[in-house]
Design a protein around this ligand. Structure first.
Ligand SMILES: CCCCCC/C=C\CCCCCCCC(=O)NCCO
Length: 572
């Protein structure tokens, strides 16, 4: 017996030694890649600055002060050239990057693309596309010819895409000029924004706090006024959470409203958790103008990707005179949001009511079950795909919790979940989420289908057009918090599970009264509440958004409600 125990221990020791030595070699090799990539980025930023500085400062500052609609108009009238717009946004992008570390590469060819467009525009017969010359920022995982899509994995540096994705081709056809790529958390499966290759992107309002993720570079860049319009991706809140954390506005459409051919995914092959790309901007108005043009011309994408149905921009839904019926909630029953987030929903409710809409309570059913189904279906292989990639890389410390859970075998998590749930019930739920076998996975898929039916059934029963709810559980926390409170995505991941269109519009900022309420009334009943409360103390002045959602192909109703909230707040 003793012999076998000694043999087992020796075997385990040898395996551990081999694993450690192997990891050390991998890390040493990748550290040289990191250094090289960071040096290249520093040169790239210098070059972008040089291009931005070509423009006379007075002229540049004037163009820099134009909003999307004004710049679009000046470009259409020929009062501003595409080259001037690109140089201005290289300048503004560099400033925002210096503040937040948002950019992973400036697309230097943008200047030449702009020159060619200006040249074409000299011909009297040339009809300018609707977004002629407008600089567009892109989340790093979107495929642009000649540029990397590392998703924060060092191993994927210096493997540039050979083609633009269909969406990027389309944006160029509409006149937009991709001018930079923006940072992400390693693996994209987190709502912070740090990776070993490009480092940490910070919140433009407070550098000790995260800009959110995974489209965090976009949030930081747009929030710091370094871009007017950008594209993120969202499988659990990655467009909406950064918008909420950085005071910007964005929309995650339902899956089929964009072509996915030639695009990339964080984890390919998870059919029931629908991800999509979506626009992010300084306001809702810009998102509307962008989508009106893109979906107005969606045949371009449908012709190249037959899986993208030719569903056009629905102006009659967006501009309808018929008042909306809105269902709202301020607490999903799984994770009570901090006071500012609840107040934001109540303020948005008042704005919608003042505009003549009917707003009634709505209760999303069984969020505990939703959380389990979401994690089961998003990590459908128990996290194996991502873990395999991570073990061949330098692992980002701010996603430690995900990595730890992916490393513990599912059966061990299940065994531990019961005793843990006796003291920390919500942790018990998380630890019994990952699937044991394909039988259980099939059941989860069937349950998601049933939940979708139930949810839309409840909306139909009450004649609801859209849902209004919090965008998250808290304002932007410190960089390490999202991994510690993974289940804080309940407000956003629900709408991926349902495949609804869902967007976030900024409504308010955290006030002193919110902080007092937080200190006196916010629950401390488990570790997650304690972490959330502590992270929210000191967040006075941080932006707060609200979320609006509607079933697939009704994104225009979502945008309408978001825009009406925006008009009520800003008067324009
Ligand atoms: C036992 C459960 C283990 C859970 C491991 C965590 C896995 C996933 C965390 C999900 C958090 C989602 C954040 C948002 C991610 C997002 O939308 N990414 C966009 C990708 O296109």
């Amino acid at each position: 017996m003793l012999f076998y125990v000694v043999l087992l221990l020796l075997g385990a020791g040898a395996y551990y030694y081999h694993f450690k030595t192997n990891r050390k070699k991998i890390i040493e090799r990748l550290e040289t890649v990191v250094q090289r990539r960071r040096d290249d980025l520093a040169k790239n930023v210098q070059e972008a600055k040089r291009i931005g500085d070509k423009l006379d400062a007075t002229r540049r500052d004037w163009i820099a002060g134009l909003d999307f609609e004004q710049l679009q108009g000046e470009l259409q009238r020929g009062h501003v050239s595409a080259v001037e717009a690109v140089r201005t946004y290289f300048y503004k992008g560099v400033l925002a990057h210096q503040k937040t570390n948002a950019v992973t590469a400036f697309i230097l060819e943008a200047e030449q693309q702009a020159e060619e467009m200006d040249e074409k525009a000299k011909s009297p017969s040339y009809v300018k596309p609707p977004m002629f010359g407008i600089p567009l920022s892109l989340k790093e995982c979107l495929k642009v010819k000649g540029y990397d899509t590392t998703r924060g994995f060092v191993q994927d540096a210096y493997r540039p895409s050979t083609e633009d994705s269909i969406q990027i081709e389309h944006y160029k056809k509409l006149g937009l000029i991709p001018f930079c790529q923006t940072n992400v958390p390693q693996s994209l499966l987190s709502y912070n924004c740090s990776n070993p290759l490009f480092g940490t992107t910070t919140n433009p309002y407070d550098s000790t706090r995260t800009c959110g993720g995974s489209s965090g570079g976009e949030g930081a860049l747009i929030g710091a006024k370094g871009s007017l319009i950008g594209i993120g991706t969202d499988v659990g809140g990655s467009v909406r959470i950064p918008c909420h954390f950085t005071g910007t506005a964005g929309l995650k459409p339902s899956k089929m409203r964009f072509a996915h051919r030639g695009g990339g995914a964080s984890v390919p092959g998870k059919p029931m958790i629908d991800a999509n790309d979506g626009p992010m901007a300084q306001d809702v108005k810009t998102n509307v103008e962008f989508l009106r043009n893109v979906w107005g011309d969606i045949d371009f994408q449908s012709d190249r990707d037959p899986y993208c149905p030719p569903v056009h921009w629905n102006e009659s839904l967006y501009a309808s005179e018929k008042k909306l019926r809105v269902g709202y909630y301020i607490d999903d029953g799984w994770f009570t949001p901090t006071p500012a987030l609840q107040r934001a929903v109540l303020e948005a409710k008042k704005h919608l009511e003042a505009a003549g809409h009917t707003v009634v309570p709505f209760y999303p059913p069984r969020l505990t079950e939703v959380i389990q189904l979401y994690f089961r279906a998003v990590c459908l292989d128990g996290g194996q795909y991502v873990l395999n990639k991570l073990l061949k890389d330098i692992i980002e410390p701010t996603i430690n919790m995900q990595v730890t859970l992916w490393m513990i075998p599912t059966w061990v998590q299940r065994a531990l979940s019961y005793p843990i749930s006796l003291v920390f019930p919500r942790m018990g739920v998380l630890m019994s989420s990952l699937t044991r076998d394909t039988f259980e996975l099939r059941e989860a898929y069937a349950d998601i289908e049933a939940y979708r039916e139930e949810y839309v059934g409840l909306m139909m029963k009450d004649n609801l057009d859209v849902i209004l709810c919090p965008a998250s559980i808290m304002p932007a926390p410190q960089h390490d918090i999202p991994s510690k409170v993974l289940c804080g995505v309940s407000y956003t991941c629900l709408y991926n599970l349902l495949d609804f269109g869902a967007g976030v519009v900024p409504v308010t900022k955290v006030s002193k009264a919110d902080e007092e309420k937080l200190i006196n009334e916010y629950p401390e009943t488990d570790k997650w509440y304690q972490i959330t409360k502590k992270a929210t103390i000191g967040a006075i002045g941080m932006p707060i958004g609200v979320q609006v959602a509607a079933p697939p192909f009704r994104e225009e109703a979502v945008l309408r409600a978001m825009r009406e909230i925006e008009i009520a707040i800003h008067g324009k």
